[in-house]
Design a protein around this ligand. Structure first.
Ligand SMILES: *[C@@H]1O[C@H](CO)[C@@H](O)[C@H](O)[C@H]1NC(C)=O
Ligand SMILES: *[C@@H]1O[C@H](CO)[C@@H](O)[C@H](O)[C@H]1NC(C)=O
Ligand SMILES: *[C@@H]1O[C@H](CO)[C@@H](O)[C@H](O)[C@H]1NC(C)=O
Length: 413
């Protein structure tokens, strides 16, 4: 039997291990203890809000089509996110939003109300769940056709699970949601998007975001790995059971990398590399994909802010929406309309010497930060329009879109 002293030192050692591997990250990275956040006035942007428009709420993710100068937004209902958000175990399907939609916003056409002219895209013929035609949007990304006339929109669709024989909803708390990846085709100026394909596969379990490859396959992050419900789901961000998976164009899917803590809005760069941010811990894992979808890690970018989503601008710079105070961001989630606003930070991640194939050097710049949550509360996605220097920011819970016109000329390398 170990002596009391031995027992105590084992306990101490355990505590040290827990501190080293879990608590330290949770306190200083996730919670952001001791981190100084600057007020938005320290940055040379003059931002304004597009608000009061029910169509532009809870726009969790966006994709900018540079060719047609159209910003596509995946929008929902802020209040309903609290009840139906399977990625974070909100599984009350009867309270889910029934009006999720894609907005196509023409960013070169300001409207009289201070926003931009836009279209809410109809989805004729899309079956939805049991023929209800509805979609439950989370992530969005897009690609151009080769002649640049059409765009394809790729969506994560968090549909509720149904019994295939009776058509009744199953108990979502037990089986989890039935997330699928949907492909739609649209054209500049169109009022509709045509459904092209649904990818449903057991490997598409807790998808967060998608990155489409040139040959029509796609990578995606399962932010909680295979675990849709239960304690494995809750502990996944701590245990690191999130993964990166790949599906071929024909729908054969497989896990290609594992061990991630809440891997979030991944991005396939114009440099051919796959960037995987962590919303729990921060940092970005850089993977190099092969043609069969397998990946090898080539680099790791240290950025100790919990990261939501990545996007790339026309210059090849990556923009990251981050949460300097992760816990405050979580509080907003429970009470989106009343909780104190959470700070946000935008980082620019620039790959230096991109033309050198095996050199991985990145320059990190803080582009804007809102320590008091005055202007950009709860931002989860940022898009930089390199042509005008404008930043577009939105949040999965926020009832508005933030626009920061480019007063600063960001240098183009
Ligand atoms: C789920 O949502 C419905 C409809 O809003 C509500 O009546 C019900 O109380 C909710 N159930 C739970 C468990 O929160
Ligand atoms: C980033 O976007 C993805 C979908 O694009 C979404 O699921 C995720 O929640 C976003 N990040 C957060 C935490 O809002
Ligand atoms: C999930 O969605 C797919 C695609 O519509 C469907 O074939 C499948 O039956 C659904 N499964 C459940 C459990 O809802």
């Amino acid at each position: 039997m170990p002596s009391k002293l031995q027992g105590f030192s084992i306990l101490l050692a355990l505590a040290a291990v827990v501190y080293q591997f879990l608590l330290k990250d949770i306190l200083f990275r996730t919670v952001g203890l001791g981190r100084t956040v600057l007020p938005v006035s320290s940055f040379p942007y003059k931002c304004h809000r597009i608000h009061g428009d029910p169509n532009i709420q809870a726009c969790e993710d966006m994709w900018l089509d540079e060719n047609s100068r159209t910003l596509y937004l995946a929008c929902s209902d802020s209040a309903a996110r609290r009840d139906w958000m399977p990625n974070i175990h909100r599984l009350n399907a009867s309270a889910r939003a029934l009006n999720d939609h894609i907005v196509a916003m023409e960013i070169d056409n300001p409207s009289t109300s201070g926003g931009y002219t836009y279209r809410v895209l109809e989805t004729p013929g899309f079956p939805g769940v049991n023929g209800d035609g509805r979609i439950h949007v989370v992530g969005i990304t897009g690609i151009h056709s080769t002649d640049n006339s059409d765009a394809q929109l790729w969506l994560v669709n968090d549909r509720p699970s149904v019994d295939s024989t009776t058509g009744e909803f199953l108990d979502q708390e037990v089986v989890g949601a039935n997330a699928t990846i949907e492909v739609f085709a649209t054209k500049p100026g169109a009022e509709t998007m045509q459904h092209v394909k649904t990818y449903a596969n057991p490997q598409i379990a807790t998808p967060n975001n998608i990155a489409v490859t040139k040959d029509g396959g796609f990578f995606f992050t399962n932010d909680h790995g295979p675990h849709k419900v239960g304690w494995r789901h809750h502990l996944s961000p701590v245990l690191g059971t999130g993964d990166v998976s790949y599906c071929s164009a024909t729908g054969n899917c497989k896990k290609v990398a594992s061990g991630f803590k809440f891997p979030n809005g991944l991005h396939l760069g114009s440099d051919g590399l796959l960037y995987i941010p962590s919303a729990a811990k921060g940092d970005i894992t850089v993977l190099k994909p092969a043609a069969d979808g397998s990946v090898t890690q080539v680099h790791y970018i240290h950025l100790d802010y919990p990261i939501d989503n990545l996007s790339e601008d026309a210059n090849g710079d990556i923009f990251a929406a981050t949460m300097p105070k992760g816990l405050a961001s979580l509080a907003t989630f429970n009470d989106p309309l009343n909780a104190p606003t959470a700070p946000s930070t935008v980082w620019r991640i620039r790959r230096l010497n991109r033309h050198l194939p095996d050199e991985y050097e990145y320059q990190l710049d803080k582009i804007i930060e809102d320590g008091a949550g005055e202007k950009l509360p709860g931002m989860t996605t940022v898009i930089h329009d390199a042509k005008t220097g404008t930043l577009f920011m939105s949040g999965e819970l926020s009832i508005l879109l933030y626009v920061c016109p480019g007063l600063v000329k960001l240098t183009i390398m």
